[in-house]
Design a protein around this ligand. Structure first.
Ligand code: F6P
Length: 328
């Protein structure tokens, strides 16, 4: 055990994700269990720069396990990208006597932590908190499963009305430049087509597919579009398809948006967040730093930040094949 760590800081950064609170709770309780003090850093790197800190105890994390969002709030910080911003943050951490930090966030968070660690002597361990599931070194990121469930609940509802009106819906889901939410939710809702940035999209063949369906009296369809799709978002794609299809096709667009980021975390996200939050604190105590805690094949593993953010994770070919096969 690293006896020089007496106080750890914890923060959430980047887009919030359901399960972040469960992770904060696990970090705080694990740290207290090991006799450490804990400082909550508000608003990610922004709060670190401003010295916006609060002392955390058991009570500060009571009744938050099941809540979406993050009690520490979050932000995307431009200032932390600058030399000056990092220096100010370092001074603020030192003044608060923070010896080590748990960073809960996505690739932007870990890029910032990597840069910071190359200059300053405060160890960071990361926990993947993003709905996008786009980090190498973990099978799931915290919030991804909840976001998937939110998407399928919404799309199931849209399916009802699509069927009643004989309509085609193009539904856009989040994921930034990754298609994991689109692919997995698309399979789960039985969508007729799934358009993701990782695979080439042929709009003519999507239109042909919808027309074939119409001919065989399947008069409503769901097309899931990842927001990072190279042909554009759902609005643009729907317009392009509309231009190809005969006039009688009734096409609607729904952009699910930030509804995907909220809500009570699922069981999977709560357990994942709790395991990784605990593992992150214990890793710091063992002297680890600049690594991300993740779960692979149900075991906690650590991956250097540089690797977690650099490797672009590709969706499983078997899933892409399955989506294609079942959509036809
Ligand atoms: O990274 C999570 C995410 O929700 C992405 O899926 C999306 O592209 C982005 O954040 C939206 O960010 P903001 O809430 O800042 O608009």
């Amino acid at each position: 055990m690293n006896k020089t760590i007496k106080r750890i800081g914890v923060f959430t950064s980047g887009g919030d994700s359901p399960g972040m609170n469960a992770c904060i709770r696990a970090v705080v309780r694990t740290a207290l269990y090991h006799g450490l003090h804990v400082t909550g850093i508000m608003r990610g790197y922004e709060g670190m720069i401003d010295g916006d800190f609060k002392e955390m105890n058991r009570d500060s994390v009571s009744n938050i396990l099941h809540r979406g969002g993050t009690i520490l709030k979050t932000a995307r910080s431009e200032r932390f990208r600058t030399e000056e911003g990092m220096k100010t943050a370092y001074r603020a951490l030192k003044a608060e006597r923070i010896d080590a930090v748990v960073a809960i966030g996505g690739d932007g968070t870990f890029r910032g932590a990597t840069e910071f660690s190359s200059k300053y002597d405060i160890p960071f361990i990361g926990v993947p908190g993003t709905i996008d599931n786009d980090l190498f070194g973990t099978d799931y990121t915290i919030g991804y499963d909840t976001a998937l469930n939110t998407v399928i609940e919404a799309v199931d509802k849209i399916r009802d009305t699509a069927q009643s009106h004989d309509r085609i819906f193009f539904i856009e889901v989040m994921g930034r430049d990754a298609g994991f939410i689109a692919l997995n939710a698309g399979i789960a809702v039985g969508s007729e087509a799934i358009l993701i940035p990782e695979t080439p999209t042929d709009l003519q063949s999507v239109a042909d597919h919808l027309e074939d369906d119409w001919v065989r009296k399947k008069t409503s369809s769901i097309v899931i579009v990842a927001e990072g799709e190279e042909e554009g978002g759902a609005l643009k794609i729907a317009e392009k398809i509309k231009a190809i299809l005969p006039k009688h096709f009734d096409i609607k667009v729904t952009i699910l948006g930030h509804i995907q980021r909220g809500g009570n975390p699922t069981c999977l996200d709560r357990v994942l967040a709790s395991r990784l939050g605990c593992a992150a604190v214990e890793a710091l105590l063992k002297g680890k730093h600049t690594e991300m805690a993740g779960l692979i094949h149900d075991k906690v593993v650590f991956t250097p930040f540089a690797k977690a953010v650099k490797h672009h994770v590709e969706p499983d070919n078997e899933l892409v094949h399955l989506a294609d096969l079942l959509g036809h």
